[in-house]
Ligand binder design. Structure first.
Ligand SMILES: Nc1ncnc2c1ncn2[C@@H]1O[C@H](COP(=O)(O)O)[C@@H](OP(=O)(O)O)[C@H]1O
Ligand SMILES: [Mg+2]
Length: 228
């Protein structure tokens, strides 16, 4: 309600030209009764505002966006509680829209970057010996491919992604049985003091895929290129 009042005040003051151009029916100024009427989940009762960090990527898949490949583009809003991507909120409010199906059992499909590849990215993929490599844009889009059963793993041995690229995808993927870690197999922290880059790369797997087994196939010399 307070946020709604602030938005109304800003709009009536005319201070923000950009806000004035947004059609008024796009702006939600009322609180969501469905959310407010549910009891506070017990795991959040003790949570304080300073324990929460919100990571927003307003346009993930920028390069593809500029090329008109709009299905590679997502808006990512991830909530971290006590430094962890919040899977419980993702699970409770079921705010996703995609059709989940099983990944094919007869071939092994890995998805990766379309526009930020290099020699190390390629070497890590080769180590996994996939039957097929799906090169698409956006961290959010690639995690959607995992959720939709269109790829088994998303592997990106590069320091290029940032916390805003992975917080929301990690939360939804892990809430639905998958896993998103760095290429060593460790989860990232998303607290307020972390560095922005995902400096140890991305290794994400769909539900039912043996994450640890796949991670173990990355050669040591590649892991050594991504120290903590
Ligand atoms: N080498 C690099 N330099 C800058 N950003 C990179 C990068 N590699 C990956 N990223 C960022 O990580 C996200 C996923 O990359 P990709 O689409 O190549 O898989 C993209 O987010 P944005 O599109 O929001 O900038 C991209 O910009
Ligand atoms: Mg991004």
């Amino acid at each position: 309600t307070r946020a709604g009042k602030i938005i109304k005040d800003v709009m009536s003051s005319g201070e923000l030209g950009v806000v004035q151009k947004v059609p008024s029916d796009w702006i939600v100024t009322e609180s969501d009764l469905e959310v407010l009427s549910s009891n506070c989940p017990p795991e959040y009762v003790e949570t304080k505002p300073e324990d929460i960090v919100v990571w927003v990527d307003p346009l993930d898949g920028t390069s593809e966006y500029t090329q008109g490949l709009l299905d590679h583009v997502t808006v990512l809003i991830g909530i971290a509680v006590n430094g962890r991507a919040d899977t419980m909120g993702s699970h409770r409010f079921r705010s996703w829209r995609f059709s989940a199906s099983r990944t094919p059992a007869d071939k092994f499909i890995v998805t990766t970057t379309r526009s930020h590849s290099d020699g190390i990215v390629v070497k890590a993929l080769e180590a996994l010996k996939p039957d097929e490599i799906v090169r698409v844009g956006g961290a959010g889009h690639k995690v959607l491919l995992l959720l939709e059963g269109r790829a088994h793993a998303y592997v990106f041995a590069s320091k290029g992604c940032k916390k805003w690229d992975t917080c929301a995808p990690e939360a939804i993927l892990e809430a639905l049985g998958g896993k998103l870690t760095d290429i060593h197999g460790n989860n990232y922290g998303y607290g307020k003091d972390v560095q922005y880059p995902d400096a140890q790369g991305i290794f994400a797997t769909a539900k039912g895929v043996d994450h640890a087994l796949l991670v173990s196939k990355i050669p040591q010399e590649l892991l050594d290129a991504f120290p903590y």
